[in-house]
Design a protein around this ligand. Structure first.
Ligand code: PLP
Length: 448
């Protein structure tokens, strides 16, 4: 059972000082009545200010793919701070790290022939949209419900629009009208996108057939890590590829989560599909914010002809150092660290299913390397899920996971909301054993 006194006091103070939270959308507010304030972290372990030790499976929402305080990354960053004239790149000072990072990502990622850097994932998505518009001369973006591409007005959540001519599916009850995600948006921004149901071949094809003269790009996560790890149905990614080729639409995979998590080649390598461009963030910086768009060279040609993508911190030296070092660590021996991580992941996922069976709790695990989802209420062991409706029809019960996560945190296991677990290359078999011991206690509580 964790102690909470100091975190509780700071938590109350924080709420007064930061009315909007830092990234409140993602806060695991239902786990504990207070936030956890961290004192120290190392590898997969973190210690809070009440001196509780945890093993974390949230990887700071994705970036800490090396675990915390990786000694090589830490040294690289400290060297830079102590010896560099400035930590800002901003198009006037460059470093060798710029070259090392770009060469690494071009080596690893199938679609990458050139790179444009930003700082956050949200910015990389905006840059990708602008690049696609500049390249095609068209303006509409096709996206999918249940996906997330950052907090900017034009991509946050779905759409609500009365113009059924321009937005063909908004009135059909596909839960596409989720503008409850935020107030305060400029109304016109919602007309930039067509939002389609994920894995719906028919609507995809119909939209491209009818509106291809307006569509500049399609942007999506190949595995929907923001919602239950929904897989693409067999042939769905290939269908997108074929329609993009047919109609001169830029195919863009959002690798902000999957990039360097699923492996060196990201979701595009894992699913064997090469997009035109892709957005990366989170893991590429190993914990320091850095993001980019990569893609085939021809999609970068508009930069010679009026396209702009400025930013004071684009290419800032700390970010480029972090990215160069992180990719070099991950790339050692052709990504051997990912194989070792998979052994830990298999031990955890296999163990969780065994414990669930013992307590007669239906549990489905859907996974890719470095990320898995525990869907309580659905039987079936390890198997992909393709749509939210399929999960609901199968008996998925999010309340069970919320209770489980709370019990697990009391046993020292920190997870993400949304049934999601991340593994990084610092996780060990000891961590796996700790998880399974905690799961034994937590599932027993769940069953009682
Ligand atoms: N794209 C995806 C798939 C994401 O999951 C996120 C953030 O979680 C973003 C884009 C936005 O990234 P950031 O939060 O760094 O702006």
């Amino acid at each position: 059972m964790v102690r909470k006194e100091k975190s509780k006091v700071l938590s109350e103070r924080f709420d007064e000082l930061y009315p909007g939270g830092h990234s409140k959308f993602r806060e695991p507010f239902d786990v504990t009545p207070h936030k956890v304030f961290i004192k120290r972290a190392s590898g997969s372990r973190i210690w809070d200010i009440d001196d509780n030790e945890y093993v974390q499976f949230n990887d700071a929402f994705g970036p800490s793919i090396l675990g915390h305080a990786h000694p090589v990354l830490a040294k690289g960053l400290v060297d830079l701070i102590e010896n560099s004239a400035t930590i800002v790149g901003s198009n006037c000072l460059f470093g060798e790290d710029d070259i090392l990072f770009a060469e690494a990502i071009i080596r690893d990622v199938p679609c990458a022939e050139a790179v444009k850097v930003q700082v956050t994932g949200s910015e990389a998505v905006q840059m990708a949209i602008r690049m696609a518009r500049a390249y095609t001369g068209k303006s509409v973006v096709v996206r999918f419900s249940d996906h997330y591409h950052g907090w900017f007005d034009n991509v946050f959540g779905g759409l609500l629009n009365d113009d059924s001519e321009a937005l063909p599916y908004q009135k059909e009850g596909d839960n596409l009208t989720d503008d409850h995600w935020t107030s305060g948006r400029f109304p016109g921004c919602i007309e930039e996108s067509y939002v389609l149901p994920w894995n719906d071949f028919e609507k995809l094809e119909e939209t491209f057939d009818k509106h291809h003269d307006q569509i500049a790009m399609i942007h999506f996560e190949a595995m929907v890590c923001n919602t239950l790890g929904l897989y693409p149905k067999p042939g769905f990614l290939e269908k997108i590829r074929a329609l993009c080729d047919q109609y001169n639409v830029v195919m863009s995979i959002d690798e902000v989560i999957t990039g360097y998590r699923l492996g060196l080649s990201g979701a595009q390598g894992f699913f064997g599909i090469t997009p035109d461009i892709a957005t990366f963030a989170k893991a590429i910086g190993g914990g320091i914010p850095v993001s980019c768009v990569v893609g085939k060279k021809k999609f970068f040609e508009p930069f010679d002809n009026g396209l702009k993508g400025p930013g004071t911190f684009n290419g800032f030296a700390l970010g480029m150092r972090a990215a160069a070092v992180t990719l070099s660590i991950l790339g050692q021996e052709n990504g051997k660290c990912y194989e070792e991580r998979q052994t830990v992941q298999d031990h955890i996922t296999g163990g969780l299913l065994t414990i669930a069976e013992k307590y007669e709790i239906p549990l489905r695990i859907t996974e890719a390397p470095g990320v898995f989802f525990t869907l309580f209420g659905i039987a079936g062991g390890k198997k992909p899920v393709y749509t939210v409706q399929e999960a609901i029809d199968g008996g998925w019960n999010p309340k069970l996971f919320i209770a489980f996560r709370k019990y697990m945190q009391n046993e020292g296991i920190i997870m993400l909301p949304g049934e999601r677990w991340y593994l990084d290359i610092a996780h060990t078999m000891d961590d796996a054993e700790w998880v399974l011991e905690a799961a034994e206690i937590s599932m027993k509580q769940l069953a009682d």
